[in-house]
Design a protein around this ligand. Structure first.
Ligand code: ATP
Ligand code: MG
Length: 421
């Protein structure tokens, strides 16, 4: 696999999506050359519950993306999310090694390592450490202290941890398929990089990725990721509610749900008394006449209310409720559910919009859909990583993980590669 190719595998509860991008050194832009989305099996609420099934789904998706890209894929970034994710903010302090000269990258590495020194249960692993703010000799608000002079360097970091069992299971899937894992990326963070604007992040915003089985949340304050978590409920619950409410199968309920979001974009939504006609869906069941109002207000809205109340609770828990004037950006497949924005506005009382991943070009229009926010985010994350390797800036997350695993030759090799200019 050529060095300028980047691959991301998003293992979701509903689909496994693989994306291959190419970074052109001349133009510096990122183009998608391979993409596939396959039904996911063996994943529940972001957790792998059947390794064999997940391996099959990932294999199918990666193979199809390989065929489209015309390249064999040997390594990929992979998403992790779900309620096994938790986060905390930690502070680190070090004395600058050589105060006569400027603060060096090594000083930054040491201070981040100091902040990483948190007590962690043996069942959990750190997947991401990002700096929120550097403080040099008491002066805060510094984004990059390298090159500044000072004697005391402090950092505020945001640390995301995940269940080690789940990470090991993902590694098993990758090992079985001969793929190297370039790094775990929290799905909420990946989606954020695909759909949020810098202004939103600077002002303060909450990214909400409503997937099939879980909702990943990432809160940005002053431009930095400051809270990450996940709620064990997803858009599949809405399908369940429709199935129960209309007495149809889950397959039919899913078709009805998707049909509703298509037909209710725009003017049709206003005519709520209209009787719905599902003939064109060719459902095996006879669905009794039902009005849009009954379906939306009676069946879907109560579940959306529950979802937004849980999101509200998470925002309260984060402690950043007063620091998010940009409100909520909703993405993930569930973002297109009928009535989503109206209900969200009512419950949360903040601005709210749907986030669509648009920051990449290429052949595939299909990917410009909220359900692929995480997938596109993996590509953007990978591309930033390549750039930082080229500019000599080290990827601390990867370095620390390789160290803590101590593992295979391939991993050790790639560890040393990071220091080669
Ligand atoms: N146009 C649409 N309208 C309403 N719901 C939709 C639409 N498109 C997709 N969905 C729903 O979104 C869900 C899948 O979302 P997504 O692909 O983001 O999940 P996932 O990433 O596989 O799962 P997770 O992130 O929870 O592990 C499904 O429940 C599907 O019904
Ligand atoms: Mg997802």
């Amino acid at each position: 696999m050529p060095d300028n190719l980047i691959c991301g595998v998003d293992i979701g509860s509903s689909k496994v999506a693989t994306v291959v991008g190419i970074k052109s050194p001349e133009e510096g832009d990122l183009k998608i050359i391979g993409f596939n989305s396959t039904v996911s099996k063996g994943v529940r609420r972001g957790l792998i519950v059947d390794i064999g099934e997940v391996t099959n789904s990932v294999e199918e998706s990666v193979e199809k993306a390989e065929r489209m890209a015309g390249h064999k894929l040997t390594s990929a970034y992979v998403s992790v999310g779900g309620p096994h994710i938790s986060s905390l903010n930690s502070h680190g302090i070090v004395a600058v090694a050589n105060p006569q000269t400027d603060i060096s990258e090594e000083d930054v590495e040491r201070v981040i390592e100091a902040a990483r020194a948190i007590s962690l249960s043996t069942t959990r692993e750190i997947i991401d450490v990002s700096s929120r703010d550097f403080i040099v000799d008491g002066q805060s608000g510094i984004k990059n202290p390298v090159g500044m002079s000072g004697v005391r360097l402090e950092v505020d970091t945001h640390i995301i941890t995940a269940s080690q069992t789940n990470l090991k299971n993902i590694d098993r899937v990758f090992d079985d398929l001969g793929l190297q894992n370039n790094g775990f990326v929290f799905a909420g963070k990946a989606s954020a990089s695909a759909v949020l604007t810098n202004t939103e992040k600077e002002l303060g915003v909450v990214l909400v990725d409503i997937g099939g089985g879980k909702i990943d949340i990432a809160v940005y304050v002053d431009g930095a990721l400051s809270y990450s978590s996940s709620i064990p409920i997803g858009a599949r619950h809405i399908t369940n509610d429709i199935a129960v409410g209309l007495r149809v199968s889950l397959d039919s309920a899913e078709k009805i749900k998707l049909h509703l979001s298509k037909m209710t974009s725009g003017a049709a939504r206003k005519k709520t008394s209209v009787q719905l006609d599902f003939h064109e869906l060719n459902l095996p069941e006879d669905v009794n006449e039902v009005s849009l109002k009954t379906l939306v207000d009676g069946i879907i809205a109560p579940r959306l209310e529950e979802i937004f109340k849980l999101i509200f609770d998470e925002i309260e828990k984060s402690g950043f409720g007063q620091a998010i004037p940009s409100g909520l950006v909703i993405t993930g497949g569930g973002a297109l559910t009928v009535g989503m924005l109206e209900t969200g506005k009512r419950i949360i009382g903040l601005p709210i919009r749907v986030g669509i991943p648009e920051k990449v070009g290429g052949l595939v229009d299909e990917i410009i859909d909220p359900q692929y926010a995480t997938t596109v985010g993996l590509l953007l994350y990978g591309s930033e990583n390549i750039m930082s390797e080229e500019t000599g800036f080290k990827n601390f997350n990867k370095i620390f993980r390789d160290f803590s695993l101590g593992g295979s030759v391939g991993k050790v090799k790639s560890f040393f590669k990071q220091f080669i200019p």
